[in-house]
Design a protein around this ligand. Structure first.
Ligand code: PAF
Length: 274
């Protein structure tokens, strides 16, 4: 496995690759990331994973400075998972000057849900992903469904800019009790970790209730109340159609229950398709 830090070295390492398959990450890897790498290996002839904590997608009060940087352990895991190349630029390599050109995704998709609570988040994500795509020039890229809205925003960006990249969705990996794996789970205390699984349980219950015909607003309100009664501060617990994350128009549409909630100072997100 080659570890490269500059765009020039990345291009050198990729010389001759016919179908690079790419998994962008911010490091602090877990089995969810490794499953994406595994998927990428099936899809391309060279597998590239990037590790870059992207300042542009953090709000000033968020955890950019404290975000866990576990580079050596990440590289070991990527080596074991069969990644061929790790692209780990430092900030100066990726943003040698202030990034004045940015990708602004449409507000209808990017200013709802995560975008409502993390303004500018998807501009930061799109801008770095566009830049990483320019560096890696993948033919296929794998994004996890855990960040469901991110996956949709990236799909829209690739479609509208006609980028010659197939975007593949990787299933969310879960702990034995159902908690979605996330780099930020490491922030949870023991008791918070035990409680955290209730986010996915409440989302699964929402999906079941809507399937049996209960009113979506009632189900959403009840889910918010359930989490509040357990000591959470929910931001949104909602049912949307999968196609554009707007309110479903009828029961035949594929839907997804999405939620974000704070447990103490920790923020968790998850979703359940149905
Ligand atoms: O999902 C992530 O880890 C990040 O948003 C991504 C796609 C690597 C961009 O920084």
């Amino acid at each position: 496995m080659k570890i490269v830090h500059s765009i020039a070295d990345l291009r050198g390492a990729l010389a001759g690759a016919r179908k690079p398959a790419f998994v962008p990450t911010m490091g602090n890897l877990h089995d969810g990331h490794l499953a994406l790498v595994q998927r990428a290996r099936e899809l391309g002839d060279v597998t590239v994973a990037s590790i870059f904590v992207n300042r542009l997608q953090f709000l000033p009060h968020e955890d950019f400075d404290s975000y866990p940087r576990t580079f050596d352990a990440d590289c070991e895991q990527l080596r074991a998972a069969g990644s061929d190349i790790v692209f780990a630029p430092n900030e100066n390599a990726l943003y040698p000057e202030p990034q004045a050109y940015k990708v602004y995704p449409p507000t209808a998709l990017a200013d709802i849900l995560e975008g409502e609570f993390r303004p500018g988040f998807f501009t930061g994500v799109c801008t770095v992903v566009m830049k990483l795509f320019a560096c890696v020039q993948p033919r296929v890229a794998v994004f996890g469904k855990k960040d469901y809205q991110q996956l949709m925003v990236i799909r829209g960006m690739v479609r509208q800019f006609a980028l010659p990249i197939e975007i593949v969705a990787g299933e969310t990996q879960r702990a034995a009790d159902g908690l979605a794996l996330s780099s930020r789970n490491g922030y949870l205390s023991g008791t918070e970790r035990d409680e955290a699984v209730h986010l996915s349980r409440v989302l699964a219950a929402m999906a079941a209730q809507v399937r049996t015909g209960e009113s979506i607003p009632d189900v959403e309100n009840a889910a918010m109340e359930t989490l509040r009664s357990r000591g959470w501060q929910p931001e949104y617990m909602t049912v949307r159609r999968r196609s554009d994350l707007r309110a479903p128009m009828d029961a035949a549409e594929p839907r997804v229950a999405l939620g974000a909630a704070r447990l103490g100072t920790k923020r968790l997100i998850d979703n359940v398709e149905f």
